[in-house]
Ligand binder design. Structure first.
Ligand SMILES: NC(=O)c1ccc[n+]([C@@H]2O[C@H](COP(=O)([O-])OP(=O)(O)OC[C@H]3O[C@@H](n4cnc5c(N)ncnc54)[C@H](OP(=O)(O)O)[C@@H]3O)[C@@H](O)[C@H]2O)c1
Length: 167
C-alpha cells in the first residue's frame, strides 16, 4: 500500500513562501528534499510547479511531477490532475515502478491545506526554519493528532518527521 506524505520547509511562524518563492536559501534543506523525494511521484499545486520551473527551467529531475490545477494545466514532462484525489490516483499507478511506495505532496499552501483538511496525509517531513520572515503563503498548524517521531537539529533549522495518529 502506498503511503501519502508531505514535505515542507516552514518557518517558526509557519511562513513557507513570499512572491511565489521560498523566503530563505538553505542548501542542506535542498539536499534533504532531494534525498526524501527522489524516485517518488510528487504532487504539487500549479503555482508551486511554476516556481520550480522558474528556479530550474524544467520539472524536478528523477521524479514524476503531478500538477494539480482546475484548468487543465499541461506541461512537457509533467502529468496533470484536476483534483488532489485524482493526483493521488495517478501517483498510485506510478509508485509500482518507483521506490518504496511513498507518494509525496510538495505543496504549496493551498495544496497542503487541502490535503490536511481531507486527512489524506499520513506522514509529514517538516523542516522547521528558525526564523520569523514575512510571507504570503503559510503551512497550516498541525493538530495534536500529529506526533513528532524524529527531530534532527542543525544550526538555524531542524529536520522533523511527524506521523498522523488518525490516518
Ligand atoms: N517552503 C516550502 O516547503 C514550500 C513548498 C511548496 C511551495 N511553497 C511556496 O508556496 C507558495 C505557493 O503556494 P500557493 O498556495 O500560492 O499555490 P499552490 O498550492 O502551489 O498552487 C495553487 C494552485 O493549485 C490549484 N488548486 C488549488 N486548489 C485546487 C483544487 N481544490 N482543485 C484543483 N486545483 C486546485 C490551482 O491551480 P489553477 O489556478 O491552475 O487552477 C491553484 O491556483 C509559493 O510561495 C511557494 O514558494 C513553499
Amino acid at each position: 500500500m502506498a503511503i501519502v506524505s508531505l514535505i515542507v520547509a516552514a518557518a517558526d511562524n509557519n511562513v513557507i513562501g513570499k512572491d511565489n518563492k521560498m523566503p530563505w536559501h538553505i542548501p542542506e534543506d535542498f539536499k534533504y528534499f532531494k534525498k526524501v523525494t527522489l524516485g517518488k511521484p510528487c504532487i504539487m499545486g500549479r503555482k508551486t510547479f511554476e516556481s520550480i520551473l522558474d528556479m530550474l527551467g524544467k520539472p524536478l529531475p528523477g521524479r514524476t511531477s503531478i500538477v494539480v490545477s482546475r484548468r487543465g494545466y499541461a506541461h512537457e514532462g509533467a502529468k496533470s490532475a484536476s483534483s488532489l484525489e485524482e493526483a493521488i490516483e495517478i501517483a498510485k499507478k506510478t509508485v509500482g515502478q518507483e521506490t518504496d511506495g511513498e507518494i509525496m505532496i510538495l505543496g504549496g499552501a493551498q495544496i497542503y491545506a487541502l490535503a490536511l483538511e481531507k486527512e489524506l496525509v499520513e506522514r509529514a517531513y517538516v523542516t522547521r526554519v528558525h526564523q520569523e520572515p514575512e510571507g504570503d503563503a503559510y503551512f497550516p498548524e498541525l493538530g495534536p493528532e500529529w506526533q513528532e517521531i524524529e527531530r534532527d537539529p542543525y544550526d538555524g533549522f531542524s529536520f522533523t518527521v511527524l506521523e498522523c495518529a488518525k490516518t
